[in-house]
Design a protein around this ligand. Structure first.
Ligand SMILES: C[S@@+](CC[C@H](N)C(=O)[O-])C[C@H]1O[C@@H](n2cnc3c(N)ncnc32)[C@H](O)[C@@H]1O
Length: 459
């Protein structure tokens, strides 16, 4: 490493910025985010920045010419950001003679320090630097990290900061390190990130008191329709932190790769006729694993509360007094609609949308047909593939125009997604003569006619 990243205590430093252009303004903004004393020398400065400087006790703007009379005596760090190369050069020499460290924005190989890109979760800071080689790469990495680190890391950092002294007084160094490892591996961080501060505080106190906090927890998480990029940040975090995972058939194996290597994982089925573990058995497994103190991830395709029996599973948890949290996922209707270019509502075609299941508990397909026939309503049918002949026949019998467009989206959002479009009159023959595979979602309504214009995803 030619460069050494350090964290400076801002409130003990004086920075001098020379220049008032775009680049200088960016540096001023960065410095204003810290508690440093800041002197800006520039002929002109936007009013908002002038005000911000005026509001800070020790900071100021001096609208003087940045010539060689400049007083740098108080500054430890000088940022030279004028557009006059010769002036920057002269000021750099002078600043160094006075013992200041210099950052020149026009001459990156003549810098004593540079500014990293910062992800601010104060007190936690993540600084990214490419050592001046590529600001674009630095920005890109910062954006990635921003997206990945929830704002709640601030709370987590503050909580740990407030506990530090207490733990220091209570435990000698070797036990202290072990305590913090236990604390970080407990459910406390996840409770803080999941915005449950009271539970986090209670569990933290339990751990400080020496109680290992035996209680487990269940995360009921929607894994979305297939494309791993459609996971939520929270889903990904919980997948990575679970001790044991129970997953369904519809969860993409690429998503299972995010599970920690040491975590146990169990396939519990859920194909129409393949319940590797019956529903009651799954409910009981969740309870038992949590009672063993584990962080249990129940991972389901799509959204757990949409035709996912998520409600049934957490009912049993609630009865057993097991803490749980539910993380929504992108349901197949949203995923398939988006990836096939069929908007579920559209002002010209449909003002409402209705989700129904084509597969009922007793294996029949006994839907309230009258309610489904509505002009300007899109019908989305989950689990409807085998019922297509009955569904289409009943829809027409109950008044739906036979030429109504219908789409079957096979393996929606996955690289081998297929979209099959026909009319309700002709779809049964189409399905009979094509080898469609599950999972397949059915969309019925005039919005389907937009497919030919709006399709964009080619897998
Ligand atoms: C038991 S339901 C589960 C639905 C899930 N909870 C959700 O919110 O998407 C399973 C049905 O969802 C639909 N489905 C799920 N993922 C799909 C996908 N990637 N492509 C097409 N249909 C899908 C199919 O109709 C499948 O039969």
């Amino acid at each position: 490493m030619m460069n050494l990243p350090l964290v400076l205590r801002g409130d003990r430093q004086t920075f001098l910025v020379v220049g008032g252009g775009q680049v200088a303004q960016r540096k001023i903004h960065t410095l204003l985010a810290s508690e440093c004393r800041l002197v800006v020398v520039a002929e002109q400065l936007p009013v908002a920045l002038q005000q911000q400087l005026a509001e800070r006790a020790d900071s100021c703007w001096q609208s003087v010419d940045a010539d060689e009379q400049l007083d740098m005596a108080d500054a430890s760090f000088v940022v030279l950001a004028t557009d006059d190369h010769a002036l920057n050069e002269a000021l750099a020499i002078k600043a160094r003679q006075q013992g200041c460290k210099v950052c020149r924005v026009d001459q990156t190989d003549d810098n004593d320090f540079i500014f990293p890109a910062v992800v601010d979760r104060s007190p936690v800071l993540v600084a990214v630097s490419s050592s001046g080689s590529s600001p674009a790469l630095t920005r890109h990495l910062k954006e990635r990290l921003e997206a990945f680190l929830p704002l709640e890391y601030r709370e987590l950092g503050s909580m740990m900061q407030s506990l530090r002294q207490r733990i220091k007084e209570k435990l000698p160094p070797p036990q202290r390190a072990a305590f913090w490892r236990r604390w970080m591996n407990s459910n406390v961080p996840e409770l803080v990130l999941g915005r449950q501060p009271q539970r986090a505080q209670a569990l933290s106190e339990q751990l400080i008191a020496g109680d290992e906090g035996q209680g487990g927890e269940v995360y009921l998480v929607g894994a979305g329709p297939g494309d791993p990029d459609l996971l939520t940040f929270r889903a990904l975090r919980l997948i990575q932190s679970a001790d044991v995972v129970y997953y369904d058939r519809l969860v993409n194996p690429r998503i299972l790769e995010f599970i920690a290597p040491q975590a146990e994982r169990f396939y519990v089925g859920k194909a129409k006729s393949d319940h590797a573990v019956p529903q009651e058995g799954i409910n009981q497994l969740l309870v038992t694993s949590a009672q063993q103190g584990k962080r249990v991830l129940r991972l389901k395709g799509g959204d757990p509360f949409i035709f996912g029996r998520g409600g049934e599973e957490i009912e049993q948890l609630a009865d057993a007094g097991i803490p749980f949290q539910v993380v929504p996922g992108i349901t197949a209707a949203s995923g398939c609609a988006a990836y096939s270019g069929i908007p579920l509502t559209h002002r010209d075609y449909a003002q409402s949308v209705r989700f129904v299941t084509g597969h009922l508990k007793n294996g029949s397909c006994n839907l309230p047909w009258h309610e489904l026939i509505h002009p300007q309503q899109t019908l989305v049918i989950y689990m409807g593939l085998t019922g297509i002949p009955v569904i289409c026949e009943q829809l027409i019998e109950h008044g739906m125009p036979p030429e109504t467009p219908i789409a079957l989206i096979e393996k929606g959002t996955l690289p081998d997604q297929q979209v099959h479009v026909s009319t309700v009159a002709e779809m049964p023959d189409y399905v009979a003569s094509h080898q469609l595979q599950a999972p397949t979602l059915t969309i019925v309504g005039d919005v389907v006619s937009l497919y030919s214009r709006l399709a964009w995803f080619n897998g």
